[in-house]
Design a protein around this ligand. Structure first.
Ligand code: FES
Ligand SMILES: [Fe+2]
Length: 382
């Protein structure tokens, strides 16, 4: 069995993009790799699990990360809180599915009860007097790190990784002018995709395929108007400046966010947040993709559209229809890529240093996590 924490497995992607290879094909097809990746990438650092709109006060959600079930909710002060989904009495699953929550979390088994800060506050019928050394304070829920970034709820099962703002480096500042906290989720869609999650984010990171796979998008986001958009931080990105109107006003019906800088007001930002979130930001909306690996060759893609102003329903439908058209084209090509890599016994390839540099950056972030190197990639050279 390959031990993917060993540096020798990643030599191909190291060095300069002009000489580097694509990822080892086994990283898309091998079930043993997939298990190691769950621990190293999804269990080993921050990963996106939900939109902020899904965890408002009075709601609880359950997400599985690297095989671990996590409850996310808000405490009385409206702060996000994450806990392992297991009762501290005899381990029972506390929450089965997303839904409303009272002011407490109550175990369905023997009704041990926790407040929303995870403190054990009630143990019905328990004959505590007959127990030695039982201190309820030692039996609170076990906390999981949870934070917000770009309107996405992130969790980390690893206490050692830096906090979320450090993880993304200068990206918070770059996105600061959008005022994303004012955006609300207006529509969602979920797709089961027969491709490894990495193929979806890699595809998002390059515009090499734009003209051939997306004839409609290529009029809005023209190949010649793409530039790299990467500072020091764990993300890969490009910008389309200026973003064009397209033939049919596909996205222009909605009202722009207020107070945008001249650059933000005329750009489309396409940012892959490491590891599993993709964000497209246009002046009047955000489209966020959260990737959930399900099997080595299969993923679930959760898409949401958020806008700073309440949209007209027809304009919103026009917008989401446009992105769904583009997304279906992406899914189709990624599924072909998965099949070719797997069934065509692909043995590895090379990247365009100009059009596919973000992939090289992504491969190196991935390799760093496996090798236990805590490193934030540098920004682009001018
Ligand atoms: S297992 Fe939860 S109260 Fe007993
Ligand atoms: Fe695409």
């Amino acid at each position: 069995m390959t031990d993917w924490t060993e540096a020798q497995n990643w030599v191909g992607v190291r060095g300069d993009v002009s000489s580097a290879t694509t990822l080892p094909p086994a990283t898309y097809t091998d079930a043993e790799y997939f298990e190691q990746e769950r621990l190293a990438i999804f269990g080993g650092g921050w990963c996106g699990v939900a939109m902020v709109d899904e965890v408002t006060a009075g709601k609880v959600i359950v997400r599985e990360v690297a095989g671990v079930s996590v409850i996310i909710t808000r405490n009385q002060q409206d702060q996000l809180r994450g806990y392992l989904n297991s009762c501290s009495h005899r381990g029972t699953e506390l929450v089965e599915q997303d839904g409303p929550i009272d002011k407490v979390l109550r175990c369905p088994y023997h009704r041990w009860t926790f407040d929303l800060d995870g403190t054990l506050i009630s143990t019905p019928l328990l004959d505590r007097d007959a127990m030695d050394n039982f201190n309820p304070d030692d039996f609170g829920l076990r906390k999981v790190r949870v934070d917000l970034f770009a309107n996405v709820v992130w969790i980390s099962l690893n206490r050692e990784v830096p906090d979320i703002t450090q993880w993304f480096g200068d990206l918070g500042e770059r996105l600061g002018g959008y005022g994303l906290e004012r955006y609300e989720m207006r529509s969602t869609a979920t797709f089961a995709v027969k491709a490894n999650w990495k193929l979806l984010t890699e595809n998002f990171q390059e515009y090499y395929h734009l003209g051939w796979v997306h004839p409609e998008l290529a009029k809005v986001s023209r190949v010649d108007d793409h530039y790299r958009y990467q500072g020091p931080g764990r993300y890969c990105g490009q910008t389309t400046t200026p973003v064009s109107n397209g033939d049919n006003g596909e996205w222009t019906g909605l009202q722009n966010a207020s107070g945008l800088s001249p650059s933000d007001a005329q750009s489309g930002r396409h940012i892959a947040l490491f590891p599993n979130v993709m964000l497209t930001l246009l002046p009047n909306h955000a489209c966020t993709f959260i990737l959930e690996p399900t099997q080595v060759g299969q993923s679930r893609e959760h898409i949401s559209w958020s806008t700073p102003h309440e949209p007209d329903s027809e304009d919103l439908k026009k917008l989401t229809d446009f992105w769904l058209l583009v997304n279906n084209q992406d899914i189709e090509i990624c599924e072909k890529a998965q099949r070719g890599i797997h069934r065509g016994r692909f043995s590895g390839g090379r990247l365009s240093p100009t059009l596919e540099e973000p992939l090289h950056r992504f491969y190196n972030m991935l390799a760093d996590r496996f090798e236990g190197i805590d490193r934030c990639p540098d920004g682009d050279r001018e």
